[in-house]
Write a protein that binds this ligand. Structure first.
Ligand code: DX5
Ligand code: ZN
Length: 217
């Protein structure tokens, strides 16, 4: 059964605490919080002060996805603001190993995010650094916007990464993010993903709890 993280990016941001409550009641495992800096992606979302305000409003883990140019500079501040899981992009300008270590040393699960055009082979030297609680986030849309269509060309990358992890006997998770619904979620699970992020599908569902059940498989 896959774990589910609900992205609040396309929710009603004037009522984030209520959205967090909806996510809680849906039975999702975590709340996915997308940070964009207008440089790494061509969009802006929310950052540290909003996370600090949201943190006491939910007892769900907050899964922070940094789509920012210099994640290393901000790791300790996001941890302090309440991130319970923290992922950053391998395509960012921060040193990947240093950034990964900074998150691990903070004592929370660390994720390395990979955009659709980056091959998973770049992860080979990094996999031995992953602990069982850490994860690779394979983007199934180009980062920067919620509500985009799933990119099926990422499916073979999920299968390839699952195979790489198996061969190296590493039990880190594979998270997928972007355009995930009951159908694409099932395809990702079949390919080897065990952690699904869903935004518009989950929060737009008439019955979010049913959406979570379908996503889990
Ligand atoms: C895209 C974000 C995703 C997005 C998911 O840049 O990283 O987390 O909000 O939203 P949906 O599920 O609507 O594609
Ligand atoms: Zn995301």
């Amino acid at each position: 059964m896959a774990m589910i993280s609900a992205s609040v990016l396309n929710g009603d941001l004037a009522h984030l605490a209520e959205t967090a409550q909806t996510v809680r009641e849906s039975g999702a495992d975590a709340l996915h919080y997308d940070v964009m800096d207008g440089m790494f992606v061509d969009n802006l979302s929310f950052g540290l002060p909003v996370l600090s305000s949201l943190r006491p409003c939910t007892d769900l883990p907050v899964d922070v996805h940094l789509m920012i140019q210099n994640p290393l500079k901000f790791i300790s501040r996001f941890v302090k603001a309440g991130a319970d899981l923290l992922s950053f992009h391998i395509e960012s300008s921060s040193d990947t190993v240093q950034t990964l270590r900074a998150i691990q040393e903070a004592g929370i699960p660390a994720g390395i995010a990979v955009s659709p055009d980056t091959p998973v082979s770049v992860l080979n030297p990094l996999l031995p650094l992953l602990r069982p609680q850490d994860f690779i986030l394979l983007m199934t849309v180009y980062p920067g916007l919620g509500g985009q269509a799933f990119l099926p060309q990422v499916l073979p990358k999920i299968a390839e990464l699952r195979q790489m992890l198996r061969a190296a006997d590493i039990s880190a998770h594979i998270q997928v993010d972007g355009g995930i619904n009951d159908r694409t979620g099932a395809q990702c699970r079949e390919a080897g993903a065990d952690y699904l992020v869903a935004g518009s599908y989950l929060l737009g569902a008439e019955d979010p709890a049913e959406a979570v059940r379908l996503l889990r498989g």
